[in-house]
Design a protein around this ligand. Structure first.
Ligand SMILES: [Zn+2]
Length: 370
């Protein structure tokens, strides 16, 4: 007998969905971006007040939960055990917040201008002159690169970027599909859901799930839309065998719906091969560089670029970034580490990430703080 998936309600309020963790001391701070949008900011208590702080920035449609996955030894565990104080920002693209589905639309300019600088400034107010690092994944890292090159977050002690930083390179077929998908779907959908239980078996999204299921090895529809299809874009977001079964079964909690209205900004970056501002003529965004790569000379901290060797989304973006920066900004201290056998999301949510990935991050932080 087949089980009928339960329907889930689309969220319409601005309250944060609760975090899932197994920590004893977690402080959730009522926090708003500089333009008044409600965000989430969380400090993990460690029992001491002299540790360097680390701000963790999730990817788009993920949330702070990606650093707290309870079934693995996660990023927060490893930071706490190694003498750091983790801070987690849920920026406006978090699936703990409703904005990918409802509310005012935004671009990554808003994240770079309003979300990240406000979080950095709040944390600084709390930690005083202790060092503050940042560890950023995917779009969190793209937005951070824009904040940094705008000079909005000066004096970070060091930055770890996973997947992509200043030079986004998407697979050619994905760029083409973004164009086609954007055109085809903009009248019918405004976001792509990942949770089959939410949309039901028969809906306007059924063809999308059916497309993602083609040639899929795994029967789980959420896994298919993420692993086999990347929200309909036809590429893979993680190495399947790197996830624990528990994580695999809660992918729909870890990754929310993807808004289609963000695609033009992403497509502009992919065409430029660099992080670029969306709002060209709106003076309110004048603080952001038109092209963040051209403004890379403003970076004032050490940067570690990380990428899985099997990253199907951003491919060799990080390696290219290291080479381009070595050429154009030789005074910067930028290093690159490739993680063999890893894709994109599994670098943080993979069952072996503590062993294979987080060691590189902690090494960098330890080396940089001393
Ligand atoms: Zn699967």
């Amino acid at each position: 007998m087949t089980r009928t998936p339960k329907l889930r309600r689309v969220r319409t309020d601005a309250a944060l969905r609760p975090l899932r963790h197994r920590l004893a001391d977690v402080e959730e701070i009522p926090f708003h971006a500089a333009d008044g949008v409600r965000l989430g900011l969380t400090r993990v208590g460690t029992g001491s007040t002299d540790r360097p702080a680390v701000l963790l920035l999730h990817g788009h449609t993920a949330s702070a939960d990606m650093f707290l996955v309870p079934e693995i030894r996660n990023m927060v565990d490893v930071l706490v055990d190694n003498g750091y104080e983790p801070w987690l920002l849920d920026w406006r693209g978090s699936c703990r917040l409703p904005y990918n589905e409802t509310g005012r639309r935004y671009t990554y300019d808003d994240v770079a201008l309003h979300d990240i600088p406000a979080a950095v400034s709040y944390i600084r107010g709390r930690i005083g002159d202790r060092p503050l690092f940042a560890v950023a994944h995917c779009i969190g890292s793209i937005a951070l690169s824009m904040s940094m090159t705008a000079g909005l977050v000066p004096g970070l002690a060091g930055v770890v970027s996973q997947g992509v930083f200043l030079t986004p390179r998407l697979p050619g077929r994905m760029s083409r599909r973004m164009t086609v998908a954007g055109e085809l779907m903009k009248n019918r959908f405004d976001h792509i859901p990942v949770d089959f239980r939410k949309v039901g078996l028969w809906s306007k999204y059924t063809p999308l799930f059916a497309l993602a299921a083609r040639k899929a090895q795994c029967p789980d529809p959420t896994c298919q839309i993420l692993h086999n299809s990347a929200w309909g874009m036809g590429i893979s977001l993680f190495v399947h065998g790197n996830l624990s079964e528990t994580t695999h079964d809660r992918l729909a909690d870890l990754f929310g719906p993807a808004p289609l209205w963000i695609l033009p900004h992403l497509r502009r970056m992919a065409l430029a091969g660099s992080v670029v501002r969306w709002n060209d003529t709106d003076h309110r965004y004048g603080a952001l560089p038109v092209n963040a790569l051209d403004a890379a000379g403003r970076i004032d901290t050490r940067v570690l670029l990380l990428a899985g060797s099997e990253n199907g989304l951003w491919q060799d973006s990080q390696k290219v970034c290291r080479d381009v920066l070595a050429n154009r900004q030789p005074q910067l201290d930028v290093s690159y580490v490739e993680i063999p056998g890893y894709g994109h999301l599994d670098t943080f949510i993979g069952r072996g990430a503590a062993l294979d990935v987080f060691g590189h991050i902690v090494d960098f932080l330890d080396k940089t703080r001393s």
